[in-house]
Design a protein around this ligand. Structure first.
Ligand code: BES
Ligand code: MN
Ligand code: ZN
Length: 498
């Protein structure tokens, strides 16, 4: 889908479909008011008849409104004026995208300012409009050979601005949004691919492909490299698998060499059976999504490199499978991590923290400004926060605040959880420096506390995306979260006021 941005009077928009908005009760948004004037009150008359439901996201399609150059007008409700907020904005956009999917318009014109939420400017509306539409039009059909539903007709979306020139900020917002959508799509597709196709080697190849496309430096460490380095924890997780493990490192340099990089570390378990501590059969297929953290790192790097963001970002992806088998790690086994600390593996299903602890220790070698890891780490986080917010843990409050703000801005929200020392005692082991599980209470916190033992010298945050990286049920599929948050966060660090 092509996106463009231009100044354009609504009445003159020669387009397949002109999208205009109104609040419940018929109050027209600014561009809709201009169009209504050009149409000599036709829109107001339609609204007065009560055909547009009040609920945000309700739509009404009109054909050939006299006085307007557009072939169709799609009216969308923003809901009650006094209640308009980001939630209603999202509903409205979802309604628009849903309606556009069902009509034959190839070219659509939409006024992002029409949807602006108080306190958030035009660049915000541009970014979120693009991301919302791209999200709704995402399809994953590469593995279906039959009965593919026909693709929607929409080819080009013009973001129009009425009565003012297009600003540089609006243009930059469009570029950022399209790159972010490309990165989010990549993360979704990698997440949706099954584990027999999306193996650690596949992720490594995908990283190399990104490297060629976007001039990233990509290095892949093999099993022998991990052995030489002493990554005993990562190696213990891959022990039962036939698939070779990979530690993928990608470096994007968009800023001066002297700027320390932001390091993103993504959990890349391409399938999590639980290992010898085998998971129950129900919904185990969803453990193909256990590489969503890795996918979000690739997606964020693609987005940032694609928009040539002025930042230095390094991605580190420990990738392997967690399988049972004769060579698999047993409960009770003790391993030595890259940091030198020893871990008693009481449950082989708590594998994410094992691959991450070695990857985080490795991250220190890049002299990072900050390290953020992203992982589908615990079922307990889903119990705590559901599918709305990702769990945020940090050993630096300014870093936590910046991530929270970026999440708000991108509407890819996080909620901070405690990382207090008081929880550390749950990881006590009789036989090693620590155990890899802390019991049922506060499961997402003790998982983060485990990671904290490997990041004491770093400014570090951890995002537990177990509840947000994919959806279950009828709409099963990857969401691409938290790519939008990571991109916003990285950009905020580059230019703190956009
Ligand atoms: N990948 C899972 C976490 C997970 C489970 C995410 C369900 C989303 C849905 C992780 O590797 C895991 O198995 N964690 C265990 C830890 C436990 C053994 C301490 C869990 O959450 O049950
Ligand atoms: Mn597991
Ligand atoms: Zn896992």
């Amino acid at each position: 889908m092509q996106f463009s941005i231009r100044a354009l009077a609504p009445g003159q928009a020669k387009t397949g479909c002109l999208v205009l908005a109104a609040h419940a009760g018929g109050a027209l948004a600014p561009a809709a008011r201009l169009a209504d004037r050009a149409a000599q009150g036709a829109l107001r008359r339609v609204l007065a008849q009560g055909d547009l439901a009040a609920k945000a996201g309700s739509t009404l399609l009109l054909q050939r409104v006299a006085g307007l150059a557009a072939e169709r007008v799609l009216l969308v409700s923003l809901g009650e004026r006094g209640e308009y907020d980001v939630g209603a904005f999202r509903e409205a956009l979802r309604g628009v995208a849903g309606a556009l999917k069902g009509i034959g318009a190839r070219q659509v014109t939409l006024y992002p300012a029409e949807f602006a939420v108080g306190g958030r400017g035009l660049p915000w509306a541009v970014r979120n409009a693009v991301l919302g539409v791209r999200d709704a039009f995402y399809r994953f059909e590469q593995l279906k050979t039959q009965k593919k539903p026909p693709a929607p007709a929409l080819e080009a979306l013009t973001l129009a601005i009425a009565g003012a020139p297009v600003t540089l900020q609006a243009q930059a917002a469009l570029k950022e949004a399209v790159a972010t959508a490309d990165g989010t799509d990549l993360a979704r597709t990698l997440g949706n691919l099954p584990a027999n196709l999306c193996t650690p080697s596949y992720l490594a190849d995908e990283a190399k492909k990104l490297g060629r496309q976007f001039r990233l430096e990509v290095r892949v460490l093999e099993r022998r490299d991990m052995e030489r380095l002493g990554m005993g924890a990562l190696l213990s997780v891959t022990a039962g698998s036939r698939q070779p493990p990979k530690l993928i490192v990608l470096r994007y340099a968009g800023a001066a060499k002297s700027r320390k990089p932001l390091v993103l570390v993504g959990k890349g378990i391409t399938f999590d059976t639980g290992g010898i501590s085998l998971k129950p059969a129900g919904e185990m297929d969803e453990m193909k999504f256990d590489m969503s953290g890795a996918a979000s790192v690739l997606g964020a790097l693609r987005a940032l490199a694609g928009m040539r963001a002025p930042v230095n970002v390094t991605g580190i992806i420990p990738a392997c499978e967690n399988m049972p088998g004769g060579a698999a790690t047993r409960p009770g086994d003790i391993v030595t991590t890259l940091s030198g600390q020893t871990v008693e593996i009481l449950n082989t299903d708590a594998e994410g923290r094992l691959i991450l602890c070695d990857a985080l220790a490795y991250a220190a070698r890049f002299d990072p400004d900050a390290v953020v890891d992203i992982a589908t780490l615990t079922g307990a986080c889903v119990i705590a926060l559901g599918h709305v917010a990702s769990g945020l843990f940090a050993n630096d409050q300014r870093l936590a605040d910046a991530l929270r703000a970026a999440g708000e801005d991108a509407w890819d929200r996080v909620w901070q959880m405690p990382l207090w020392e008081d929880y550390q005692e749950q990881l006590r082991s009789n036989f090693a420096d620590m155990a890899n599980i802390g019991g049922r209470p506060a499961g997402s916190v003790t998982a983060a506390c485990f990671l904290a033992r490997f990041t004491r010298k770093l400014r570090w945050a951890h995002l537990d995306v177990a509840g947000t990286a994919w959806r279950s049920g009828r709409d099963k599929g990857s969401t691409g979260r938290p790519v939008p948050l990571l991109v916003r966060f990285a950009l905020h660090r580059a230019r703190p006021r956009t």
